[in-house]
Design a protein around this ligand. Structure first.
Ligand code: PLP
Length: 446
């Protein structure tokens, strides 16, 4: 698949969906793969280039999922592929936990330099988002000597037992897995587009944050026992919720005032997705610990937990992972960051703004659109039953996802009733226009 002419930038369907090869593989998958996977439609990927992915029957789709916000530089960016191939021919693995690796140190140096906040930083490497969060939880406990956590309703931080204890997005993710770790307190996220208290956004944001001091610290848990407040600067799986900057600023104030670590989970919102390297930079706030994964290595498994050098004070043996920071993922990450700095993050800012310009009045023009929100190429469209009651309409959202698939556009949902748009950051304007044309047409017919 090449993108040498403009036609290759857009979908082309050559069989019915699913095609014969896809049908066979879906059938095999049903027999042998874990039923816990959620597949909204029968898309079976074979290869990808840029923002396009082709299925096993030769149908070409526009990918507005980026493999769940992972392929930041697009599918198979030639420079990323070259870096991976070069590294794979030289050294696949030696384990950064027991031996030194030049790439590992160079990537840590780079991440430390671009991570938000002043001063020297250190980096721990794992393989995934959930591991980056486990690292953050353990480091927060280790450094503070405290054991409790504050997290938010709607949060998604991963599915291993520690991270799952913070996750509060859908009950299906927790059902029958308890008991999870004790001492995790969940409070409302700043749902300012539909305030739980009926307040204006800025006031609402302060209300949501200060409930920690006004209520939690008085009634449930002393501040002196809280190791960390863990928060997504933009809620992802919970519904692409963008809080007002004041929310993160207040959390920063509260954490500092009480000696609590502030952990930003930028697993989904980081690596240029919002038009800046980190979503928290839009609010001008830095965390004590930053969790990163997904887009960091353009599709290779890698996670990072980044903290100030002073904060990362654990000693040898305290935490490690055999595969974390393997040379091939590291090579992909170093090239990914170069590409983000050479213009992809700016492209996300510009194309995201152009898309928002077009989307802004959809809640006025379409009775089923309750809200449109986002930053850069992380955009959520909320589907509701009607403009007055604004009741959540998951069935409309699901219909849009299905119909978009039938027209060659891959999108996913999040939250109960939100359509999430998270294309690769190499997206081009005609592709953004195509996706919005499809969505507008489908939505206008609901
Ligand atoms: N944190 C956030 C904000 C996420 O969106 C996700 C995954 O969707 C995770 C953590 C978990 O990442 P992983 O699936 O790589 O473990």
């Amino acid at each position: 698949m090449s993108e040498t002419d403009g036609a290759d930038l857009l979908p082309a369907l050559v069989t019915e969906l699913p095609g014969p090869n896809a049908r066979r593989i879906v059938e095999l998958d049903r027999e042998v793969c874990s039923p816990s996977y959620t597949r909204p439609y029968p898309f079976v990927a074979r290869r990808g280039q840029g923002a396009m992915v082709e299925d096993v029957d030769g149908n070409r789709f526009l990918d507005f999922t980026a493999g769940i916000a992972v392929v930041a530089t697009g599918h198979c960016h030639p420079r990323v592929v070259e870096a991976i191939q070069r590294q794979a021919a030289e050294l696949l693995h030696m384990s950064g936990t027991d031996f030194y690796l030049e790439g590992l140190a160079r990537l840590a140096q780079k991440l430390a330099a671009i991570a938000p906040g002043e001063g020297d930083k250190k980096v721990y490497f794992g393989n995934s988002g959930t591991e980056a969060i486990e690292g953050a939880m353990k480091l927060a406990r280790y450094h503070t000597g405290r054991d409790k956590f504050i997290a938010f309703l709607g949060a998604f931080h991963g599915r291993t037992m520690g991270a799952l204890s913070l996750t509060a997005s859908k009950t299906v993710q927790r059902k029958r897995f308890g008991p999870l770790i004790p001492g995790v307190y969940h409070i409302p996220y700043a749902y300012c587009y539909r305030c739980a208290y009926g307040l204006q956004p800025e006031t609402c944001a302060v209300e949501c944050a200060t409930v920690i001091e006004r209520e939690l610290f008085r009634t449930l848990v002393p501040a002196s026992e809280v190791a960390a407040i863990v928060v997504e600067p933009i809620q992802g799986e919970g519904g692409y919720v963008v809080p007002p900057p004041k929310f993160l600023q207040e959390l920063r104030r509260i954490a500092t005032a009480h000696g609590i670590a502030l952990v930003f989970d930028e697993v989904q919102s980081g690596m240029g997705r919002t038009g800046k390297m980190w979503a928290c930079q839009h609010a001008g706030v830095s965390p004590d610990i930053l969790a990163v994964a997904k887009g960091i290595a353009s599709g290779m498994p890698l996670g990072a937990t980044i903290a100030s050098a002073e904060f990362m004070d654990w000693g040898p043996g305290a935490h490690a992972s055999t595969f974390g920071g393997n040379p091939v993922s590291v090579a992909a990450a170093l090239t990914t960051i170069e590409l983000l700095e050479q213009g992809l993050a700016d492209n996300a800012a510009q194309l995201g703004a152009a898309m928002m310009d077009r989307l802004r009045d959809w809640p006025l023009r379409y009775s089923v659109v309750g809200d449109v929100r986002g930053q850069g190429l992380m955009i959520g469209i909320e589907l509701v039953t009607d403009p007055v009651s604004k009741q959540k309409a998951p069935e409309y959202r699901d219909r849009v996802v299905q119909e978009a698939f039938r027209r060659g556009l891959l999108v996913l949902g999040c939250g109960e009733n939100v359509l999430r748009l998270m294309p690769p950051l190499v997206l081009e304007k005609p592709q953004a226009d195509f996706a919005l044309d499809v969505l507008e047409d489908v939505i206008s017919r609901l």
